[in-house]
Design a protein around this ligand. Structure first.
Ligand code: GDP
Length: 442
């Protein structure tokens, strides 16, 4: 889960504060000391931590907190506000060129995720109804061009390439001409990276920048590299004056240092975060929502957006219709599970739900495995069985279990689950929206 260590430590500190009726100055000093250690352990920049703790102290020791009836809550609110400020306070959107083609240049070290992000970003912008062109300018890394072409094909976006023996500046020049002639709205340029910052690379990027005057220069940094990411950002910014940051691999085992320091240090905002290797694993970055997630207060808005972008509305309507007509089959049940799966791992989803106790839910990860098992079971059924589950007798159950590498109990469990959801949906579909609104969900 995102920033697990930091999140757990801050929540432990808050628990202590909330347990006390009144807070003394000493209590607050002790809490801010714990917050300081938690941030340093999360690899947050030392100077950033110092300023942060100073602000928390100043605001918390003010009389409004100490005399309030819920001082613990007040301190949590202050930490939440300041964490949000640290990450840039407001959501930073992509800029678009209202007069012509919007060009976005992706830069960063090798392995930071530029090529993957180029595909993700193209996919996201395309879904907003824009015509996108991907441009392959990483002519040094073997397979980078091919990687971009495969991504382009997957999302049905054109990829402009002149192979690897033309200079990147000539490639972008031709690409912009091609984009203009073919009415593209957005051009996304995937550039080369190196293992370390080097002068030659920086000059090449500078030439590309001078050639196309990009609307956005987005620096990709690997969140797992912590403080190093911040140093890299400073160097790129100095040379190229970047317009924003994309923090990749936030799904990995990252302690939080990069996300919490990079904006304070560079003054540039994080615009997107990469949260996985799939093409849909790119999210807009919202400092306030991230702060809530770190403090274990959930992030319902991101959850809703995730559901909206991953759920196919037509399919949802189709399913609803099937429920209404009572034609819901195991095929549909499987499809529903696949849609759930496309939202990411179950534990990631839980993390966004306010009040979900992370510690208590640590064993829940198996649900991803359970979903896979259920799919395997349905795959082992014949078409007839999927459409008429009532014909699945004992000997069929045995065959299905053997075919899917599961036990008969698992098959029974799945069939029971299917029947239950069918029953539940039948009740819902018979209800008016008004009635549904009045229902209390646990
Ligand atoms: P480039 O050298 O900067 O173009 O980097 P790539 O796009 O080739 O990415 C390097 C590796 O990081 C690939 O294996 C990607 O699948 C992986 N990657 C990129 N973004 C993410 C992310 O947000 N999460 C995870 N888990 N992996 C990512």
């Amino acid at each position: 889960m995102i920033f697990d260590g930091l999140s757990n430590k801050l929540q432990d500190t808050f628990k202590k504060l909330k347990g006390k009726g009144k807070l003394s100055e000493k209590d607050i000093k002790e809490a801010t000391r714990e917050i300081k250690i938690a941030l340093l352990e999360a690899d947050v920049n030392f100077k950033v931590v110092k300023d942060f703790v100073k602000k928390i102290n100043e605001r918390s020791i003010g009389s409004e907190v100490l005399q309030s009836l819920t001082p613990g809550q007040q301190v949590i609110k202050i930490v939440n506000d300041e964490l949000t400020n640290l990450m840039g306070s407001a959501n930073s959107q992509l800029s678009f060129n209202s007069k012509g083609i919007t060009s976005i240049m992706l830069v960063g070290l090798q392995g930071a995720g530029k090529t993957t992000t180029a595909g993700k970003l193209a996919n996201l912008i395309k879904s907003q109804g824009k015509k996108v062109l991907l441009v392959a300018c990483d002519i040094y890394r073997p397979a980078a061009i091919k990687q971009l072409q495969v991504l382009g094909e997957q999302i049905d976006v054109s990829v402009f390439s002149l192979g690897n023996s033309t200079s990147p500046v000539s490639i972008v020049k031709s690409a912009m001409k091609h984009a203009k002639e073919n009415y593209f709205d957005i051009v996304i340029v995937d550039t080369a990276g190196r293992l370390h910052i080097d002068e030659e690379l920086m000059n090449e990027l500078k030439y590309i920048k001078d050639e196309i005057s990009p609307t956005e220069i987005l620096l990709n940094v690997d969140a797992m590299t912590g403080q190093d990411a911040v140093t890299v950002a400073e160097s790129f910014d100095e040379k190229l004056d970047i317009t924003g940051i994309i923090l990749t691999k936030l799904d990995g085992d990252t302690r939080g240092g990069a996300a919490l320091s990079i904006t304070s240090v560079t003054g540039k905002h994080i615009k997107f975060v990469g949260v996985g290797e799939k093409i849909t694993d790119l999210e807009s970055f919202h400092p306030d929502r991230m702060a809530s997630r770190i403090l274990g207060m959930g992030d319902v808005l991101s959850l809703i957006e995730k559901a909206q972008s991953n759920f196919d509305e037509d399919k949802a309507m189709e399913l609803q219709e099937k429920f209404r007509k009572q034609q819901f089959t195991l095929e549909d049940f499987k499809e529903q599970m696949q849609q759930m799966k496309s939202m990411g791992s179950f534990s990631d989803i839980l993390e966004m739900i306010p009040g979900a106790n992370k510690k208590a839910l640590q064993g829940v990860d198996v649900s991803d495995k359970e979903l896979g098992k259920s799919e395997a079971i349905i795959n082992s059924m014949t078409k007839k069985e999927r459409q008429n589950p009532e014909i699945i007798n004992a000997s069929r159950r045995k065959r299905i279990a053997a075919g899917s590498g599961t036990r008969v109990q698992d098959v029974n469990k799945l069939l029971k689950g299917f029947e239950q959801s069918k029953k539940m949906m039948k009740q819902f579909s018979g209800m008016s929206n008004k009635k549904l609104g009045k229902m209390k969900f646990p």
